[in-house]
Ligand binder design. Sequence first.
Ligand SMILES: N[C@@H](CCC[C@H](N)C(=O)O)C(=O)O
Length: 281
Amino acid sequence: MRFTKVQGLGNDFILADYIEEKFIPDDFPGIAVKACDRHFGIGADGLVPLLTSEVADIKMRIFNSDGSEAEMCGNVIRCAAKYLFEHGIVRKNKIKVETLAGIMIPELIIENERVSMIRVDMGEPRLQRSEIPMEGPPGKVVNEPLEAGGIIYNVTAVSMGNPHCVIFVPDVEQIPLQTAGPLLEKHHLFPCKTNVEFVQVDNQDEVYMRVWERGAGETMACGTGACAAAVASAINGYTRRQLSVRLKAGVLFIEWAANNHIYMTGPAEEVFTGDYPIFNY
Ligand SMILES: N[C@@H](CCC[C@H](N)C(=O)O)C(=O)O
């Protein structure tokens, strides 16, 4: 498998370009588990095959490092758009990408003939409990108490195509993410599991976030998570609808626009390329 290792704010992925390939492996989950291993594989938070699409410029599938398939990924869609543009595969500055969460549209911001940032139309957030999905009575889940491991968390649930559970805390550095993360990710009220974001509000224009990702554990950043955190911050009245979400390795700029779409702007980088053996699994 030819691959390009990419990262967006330290959330790293194996991009596997199958657009021109005749042989498409059928065990992407198995390949993801082995290739994402940080000791015995390439090492990454996920494996992302790029494929041809009948409804968009390309199709992107997303496999977490545990092999589960996700509907959408904000950080990798920026990386994929930059890769497609810089390698001359799609020479448009707005690229339509088919995902399990629908068609997303990354836009390349070009400065001095180089892609400096990528702004992605992430579509509309979904807030109804059934859309997350989360068990319970109909309506939105805003600042609602949820017990996990003997602790009550106040959660706001947002779907960006994939599920997110946002929890506001005074100091994210104090959160024992390795214990709280898995308990919330696999909580019985989330039938498809959930990504978990702990968010500290710095002021009306900025929050700081740590994330425990469904199927990948703690990662350095999460694009859909940053969008969910921004939506949750706005509906709880903590921030404006345009804000910076600070992560370990940098910032994502999120705007919840008047058309109800979320726009996420951030960087993307290629790290290295290589070949990975996928036979004899
Ligand atoms: N890191 C991603 C999200 C990847 C998928 C997620 N773990 C899930 O299972 O929903 C991002 O940047 O959005």
